[in-house]
Design a protein around this ligand. Structure first.
Ligand code: SF4
Length: 427
């Protein structure tokens, strides 16, 4: 396998990132060697400017680097410039993507301020119109993108697939000597629809580096197959996601499986995890999952990772579970300040919180900094390790406070500007 050396010095051994064009979306770049970007989508009524701005900010602050919302009717289209203005007034430069189905060609023409305010248009080739109207409507949207110098995402979904493409492939399949299954043909049709749409957009005058492509499917094996087939056929960046990942742990597991299979093969330039939100939960959960997938794969790093054991009969107290949770929250709280203070690389720090002597010292030594708590029947002292060395033993009652102090000192001595200057002077 080729060593993968992505944007932030990953140590993983994944396949080399697929080569793609670089697409500019507002002030950020997608594709080529740029970091795999995290996207999300609102579920507010886009016409409700206050609610939509609030949710965009929630998603953006959680780490969504681009935010998409539906633009379904004229009222929503007219709200788009107001949403942009409200974000600009608050000082947030978040790129906004308009999601169009059926009437995008009309809305973008009827409400020029919407076309201007958006940073990217999502076009679903299966929903731009039927028969003769299909190409005309698609061309209208491409023309608007050209006029306003905006990129588009050609987003094919198997739930709303262009029936002309599907029917043609089905007919050919019937006449084939070795017919494929209906699912295989559908995957082929999804890919074909994407490739044909990219070629059409370029034929209509859109620059090749103004296009991002997705082929979303709700079942992991077929979704992976679609992207694997698409990747070598076009040079545009790919946006990855399952169409409908599902609710709770099912959605997280399915998305992690699908995205990991592709990302470790070097396929994927932006990602979204389309979770069905549990009622009352934060929409930003989908952003957290995206970031955790990228960080778990060692592709990007956002905040220090806490490794903690699951616990077992060797540790009957909940002390280490509480400590792992408290430390995770503490690190999230401290991260913005460390980032703002120039503590570069602190997001890659690995922290271990372990329940007992069986794996505690070993895992703690592998982390930059770790603590091994005493299990049942062990000497009641907690062992703290830094860079693989045992540096302190503290009583269980003092462990939380003592470990935080060690952590703060470790960050100062390893990631602060002064520490970096000192290291550079020594080298
Ligand atoms: S480290 Fe100890 S407490 Fe944690 S799971 Fe392993 S044996 Fe159990």
């Amino acid at each position: 396998m080729i060593i993968h050396t992505p944007e932030d010095g990953s140590r993983s051994n994944w396949a080399k990132r697929r080569k793609s064009l670089q697409v500019r979306v507002r002030d950020m770049y997608i594709g080529s060697d740029n970091p795999v970007a995290v996207q999300s989508m609102t579920n507010t009524d886009t016409g409700d400017v206050t609610a939509t701005v609030a949710q965009i900010l929630e998603l953006y602050k959680a780490g969504s680097e681009l935010v998409r919302f539906t633009v379904q009717n004229k009222r929503m289209a007219e709200a788009v410039p107001l949403i942009r203005k409200a974000l600009d007034d608050l000082g947030y430069n978040v790129p906004l993507i308009g999601d169009f189905h059926y009437n995008g060609h009309q809305l973008l023409k009827e409400v020029p301020a919407c076309a201007e305010a958006l940073d990217k248009y999502r076009i679903n080739p299966g929903n731009v119109g039927f028969g003769d109207k299909h190409d005309d409507n698609f061309k209208t949207m491409i023309d608007v993108a050209k006029d306003y110098d905006k990129p588009v995402r050609i987003g094919v979904n198997w739930g709303s697939l262009d029936q002309t493409v599907l029917t043609k492939l089905m007919d050919e399949n019937i006449r084939s000597k070795a017919p494929k299954s209906a699912e295989e043909i559908t995957v082929d049709a999804v890919v074909e629809s994407a490739v044909q749409s990219v070629n059409k957009a370029i034929e209509y005058g859109l620059a090749p580096n103004k296009i991002i492509v997705s082929t979303k499917i709700s079942e992991v094996p077929y979704m992976v197959q679609a992207y694997e087939k698409l990747a070598p056929r076009i040079e545009q960046p790919l946006h990855l996601g399952l169409t409908e990942a599902g609710l709770g742990s099912k959605g997280v597991a399915a998305s992690s499986a699908a995205l990991s299979l592709l990302l470790t093969k070097g396929i994927g330039d932006t990602i979204r995890v389309s979770l069905t939100p549990v009622p009352g939960s934060s929409r930003a959960e989908e952003v957290t999952v995206c970031r955790q997938i990228l960080q778990s794969l060692d592709i990007r790093h956002f905040s220090p990772l806490v490794s903690s054991c699951p616990g077992c009969g060797r540790t009957t107290s909940t002390v280490f579970q509480e400590m792992a949770q408290e430390l995770t929250e503490y690190l999230q709280l401290r991260m913005p300040e460390w980032k703002a203070g120039g503590y570069d690389g602190v997001e890659e720090m690995k922290v271990a919180v372990m329940g007992c002597v069986v794996n505690g010292p070993g895992e703690s030594k592998r982390a930059q900094i770790g603590i091994s708590l005493p299990g049942s029947g062990e000497n009641p002292s907690c062992l703290i390790y830094e860079d693989g060395k045992h540096v302190a033993s503290v009583k269980a009652a003092e462990a939380r406070q003592a470990f935080k102090q060690h952590l703060e000192r470790y960050v100062q001595t390893h990631y602060s500007k002064q520490a970096k200057e000192k290291q550079a002077a020594q080298n």
